[in-house]
Ligand binder design. Structure first.
Ligand code: GLV
Length: 379
């Protein structure tokens, strides 16, 4: 892992090791991927202000996220199908995050279940919820997350319908993999991946399979899931969830100031400015361009987090400079997971931490709470 010096190295390795359908599932954005590209391009456009001869001998990346100490202002974002990037991927990523002292968020669409992860790690993690049409099932997921002592519930609010990702359709992306000749040849060339997934606890959606009556077989499960995203979801449902969930609630997927105003009144502890990694509304603004107006309007009322394109400590620094209290990153650690399991995720976190630390030093900043708009170069 030492020779992996940046997230792009992990990405290139993951591309070689993970079957194409799953690697591209993580990579893809919606439709023409304009928003996916804008997330990165707009971050890269932000130039940092170099400061010299400031004493930065005692720096720290430590902070608090939702009032809990964290070793850096980063959480591992909820990503579906981690267990298809590497066998038991959710458990491995959660362990790496906990060892690094940052939060891990498990997706509803995970391979390992809430209970599998809870039994395999020693600290609480966050759980991300999709509210499905079957509200009884949504309620049971909330109860299971509470029973597993999850420390926050992250409600995804930008997935009324699923954005189309062309590559998933072209690759015949299914879980477990559809056994087309093309996929079989691909898997045959990735023996380490195949072994890890074969040895993994599960091969399908662990939070769902076996928890819905009559839903043992994989085809009917896939049909059930695709019919379950609920276009009728509304702020009333957020109230209902806030009433059921005893802990901290995070609303993820807000891009508009008007929506942020409503979110801040729900009693949620935090919101995440996010366009779902460019996977939902193609043509939406980049996440980073949506961040400052939301921070200006509501930063004093609710904890504002950010995701969308973070691939380095410099990116993390840019989002903090524009007012995010912490960031979530999905693809950066998914590449690590595909490249090297738990060690790969640990490496991804370490790379971002080191880059953040060096960026702080060269901008003359010693503490996370000193990072504000002054660190950005006038353009
Ligand atoms: C689901 O949330 C996805 O983006 O694939």
């Amino acid at each position: 892992m030492r020779t992996m010096t940046c997230i792009e190295d992990l990405r290139q390795t993951a591309r070689r090791k993970v079957p194409r359908a799953f690697f591209e599932y993580a990579e893809a954005g919606a439709y023409a991927e304009e928003t996916l590209r804008a997330n990165r391009a707009d971050l890269e456009r932000i130039k940092l202000r170099q400061r010299i001869l400031v004493n930065v001998a005692s720096r720290s990346t430590k902070t608090a996220i939702l009032g809990e100490p964290a070793s850096l202002p980063l959480a591992l974002a909820p990503v579906g199908l981690c267990g298809m990037q590497h066998g038991d991927g959710e458990i491995l990523a959660c362990r790496a995050a906990q060892q690094a002292g940052i939060p891990f968020c498990l997706s509803t669409m995970s391979i390992c279940s809430i209970e599998d992860v809870a039994q395999s790690v020693d600290k609480p993690f966050w759980f991300q919820l999709y509210v499905m049409k079957d509200r009884g099932f949504a309620r049971s997921l909330i109860e299971r997350a509470a029973a597993a002592k999850c420390s926050a519930l992250v409600l995804t609010v930008d997935l009324q319908v699923l954005g189309q990702r062309h590559r998933d359709i072209k690759n015949g992306m299914t879980v477990p993999p559809e056994l087309r000749i093309k996929n079989l040849i691909d898997i045959a060339t990735k023996p380490a991946w195949a072994l890890s997934v074969l040895r993994g606890k599960r091969k399908t959606f662990g939070n769902i399979a076996g928890h819905i009556s009559g839903m043992q077989n994989v085809n009917s499960l896939a049909q059930w899931i695709s019919g379950q995203f609920d276009p009728a979801l509304s702020w009333k449902d957020v109230e209902w969830i806030a009433g059921l969930w005893p802990g901290k609630l995070i609303l993820k997927g807000i891009l508009d100031v008007e929506d942020a105003r409503i979110a801040a009144k729900t009693g949620a502890a935090a919101l995440v400015v996010s366009n779902h990694g460019g996977r939902q509304l193609d043509g939406a603004p980049s996440s980073i361009s949506a961040l400052p107006p939301i921070v200006d309007a509501l930063g004093a009322d609710i904890e504002i987090m950010f995701d969308g394109g973070i691939r380095s400590g410099q990116d993390l620094f840019r989002a903090l400079a524009l007012g995010a209290r912490a960031c979530l990153s999905g693809r950066a650690y998914i590449y690590g997971l595909g490249a090297g399991g738990q060690a790969g995720v640990a490496r991804a976190i370490e790379i971002i931490r080191n880059e953040l630390d060096v960026t702080m030093a060269l901008t003359g900043v010693s503490r996370i709470d000193e990072i504000d708009r002054h660190v950005i170069a006038a353009m």
